[in-house]
Design a protein around this ligand. Structure first.
Ligand code: UD1
Length: 422
């Protein structure tokens, strides 16, 4: 198993360009199957999850190739709407293919993605939305078979603004007959990016980014060329890393308007942030201050995907901070690992009470999931001594060679790949 080895205690400095957004690229790649032909996507990050999505597209009969950050998806020969269980099991986001496959072939067979490290993660809202559009859903054990001779536009009210359900329903509705309106839709920037991509293919969608999205069904779609937005979670992770190491860095190729709540919290912690078009300058010359209360909630509130990272900064802040996690019930697994590095954190139900300590100390810790892993890397950068982060494959799902990004900012971090006999 690969490990990251970090010699901590060095302030980050320099400039870095932020790669494309995983959570935008995944549904956009899935949407490529809806229009036959060659799609060209730019700024596609080179990540494990993206690779799994490309493998699934290939299993469905598409061709996909990558040159640097550009991916071509050739979907003319797509001939299957069956997603193999082993690929489904590798990435929950394969559920995104339900809407597109239903729109193209009128049927789709998937397997329950099941629970995952950060919580139960049900798909009832996805299935209810597709049913409302006229799909018939049969669950046979772990397998879900979804069929529809015709999909018909309708009004759908989501009980909760689920990102994935909003995206799945949007994609299924693109070629439905008539108008579909999604109320209480998720408002994440990745949903706007999906809308923009689908519209370049000839779809007729308005409202993404608000809580009401209207999709007028169209008869045909054409392949498209598109630029994926920068990854706001990677940007947020690097911002927090700079602050936690008391560094000074510049983020380039970033969209600051996607990070409003994060910038707000960092400023409350005393971190200095200057925004200029697609550039963010951050510096943190003094010890950060505690932040009384952060609540993770759907966009535009503070993102659950940056909860573990901000906890590291608050572990080093002056005073008591409280973080309430409202999106995923299992998202405090990093707390035990941070405690082993000297953090003083108590968890009560879905709230973490963080009493800042003057310093963290290097230790051997385990990345239990993607964002928890990123948090441990930040802790290692800020800590005194050597930190070893195990189970790095979780981090590779969402960060393109995190050690390269951080080395360019002056961090001492390298990947240890065991030789077979180790
Ligand atoms: C997406 C992001 C993930 C992020 C999350 C919340 C992608 C690929 N992943 O995940 O990084 O952490 O949004 O911002 O974009 N729920 C149900 N029933 C459903 C669907 C969801 O109860 O049918 C619940 C989930 O269990 C969870 C909450 O809704 O508690 C949020 O989930 P959702 O917004 O759907 O997240 P994902 O789309 O899975």
């Amino acid at each position: 198993m690969e490990k990251l080895v970090i010699e901590g205690g060095r302030p980050l400095s320099g400039a870095i360009k932020i790669h494309g957004a995983k959570n935008a690229a995944l549904p956009i790649l899935a949407a490529c199957i809806m229009a036959s032909g060659t799609h060209t996507l730019h700024n596609v990050p080179n990540l494990l999850d993206i690779e799994v999505m490309l493998q699934i597209l290939r299993a469905l009969g598409c061709k996909a190739d990558r040159q640097g950050e550009t991916v071509n998806v050739h979907s003319s020969k797509a001939n299957s709407s069956y997603i193999p269980e082993e690929l489904m099991g590798q990435m929950r986001s394969s559920i995104f293919l339900m809407g597109p496959l239903l729109a193209r072939f009128g049927s789709v067979t998937v397997y329950q993605p099941g629970g995952c490290a950060i919580g139960e993660r049900k798909i009832d809202l996805h299935l209810r939305g597709l049913e409302a559009l006229g799909a018939k859903i049969e669950e046979k054990g772990n397998m879900i078979v979804c069929t529809a001779d015709v999909l018909t536009g309708t009004e759908i009210v989501l009980d909760f603004p689920s990102v994935g359900a909003t995206e799945n329903i949007m994609m299924a509705a693109v070629k439905a007959e008539g108008v579909t309106t999604i109320f209480n839709a998720a408002r994440e920037p990745e949903i706007q990016d999906l809308q923009n991509f689908l519209n370049t293919m000839g779809a007729d969608i308005i409202g993404a980014g608000t809580d009401t999205i209207t999709i007028r069904g169209v008869k045909t779609l054409a392949p498209s060329e598109y630029n994926i937005i920068p990854d706001r979670i990677v940007a947020g992770t690097i911002l927090v890393a700079a602050a936690a190491t008391r560094g000074t860095i510049t983020l380039e190729r970033v969209n600051p308007s996607h990070l409003t709540s994060v910038i707000h919290v960092l400023r409350r912690a005393g971190v200095q942030i200057l925004v200029n078009d697609d550039i963010i300058h951050v510096s943190c010359p003094t010890r950060p201050k505690a932040v009384e209360r952060i609540v993770t909630s759907p966009h535009p509130s503070f993102p659950t995907d940056l909860q573990s990272q901000i906890m590291v900064l608050l572990s080093l802040a002056d005073g008591l901070s409280i973080i309430k996690e409202t999106i995923f019930e299992g998202r405090f697994k990093h707390v035990d690992e941070l405690s082993r590095m000297g953090a003083d954190i108590r968890v009560d139900l879905n709230s973490a009470f963080i009493r800042g300590v003057p310093r963290l100390y290097g230790a051997t810790v385990e990345a239990t999931d993607l964002r928890a892993g990123a948090a441990l890397v930040i802790a290692g950068l800020a800590a005194h001594g050597t930190t070893i982060v195990e189970q790095v494959h979780h981090i590779d799902r969402g960060y393109d060679r995190i050690e390269h990004m951080l080395s360019r900012l002056g961090a001492v971090i390298y990947r240890h790949t065991p030789v077979p006999s180790e």
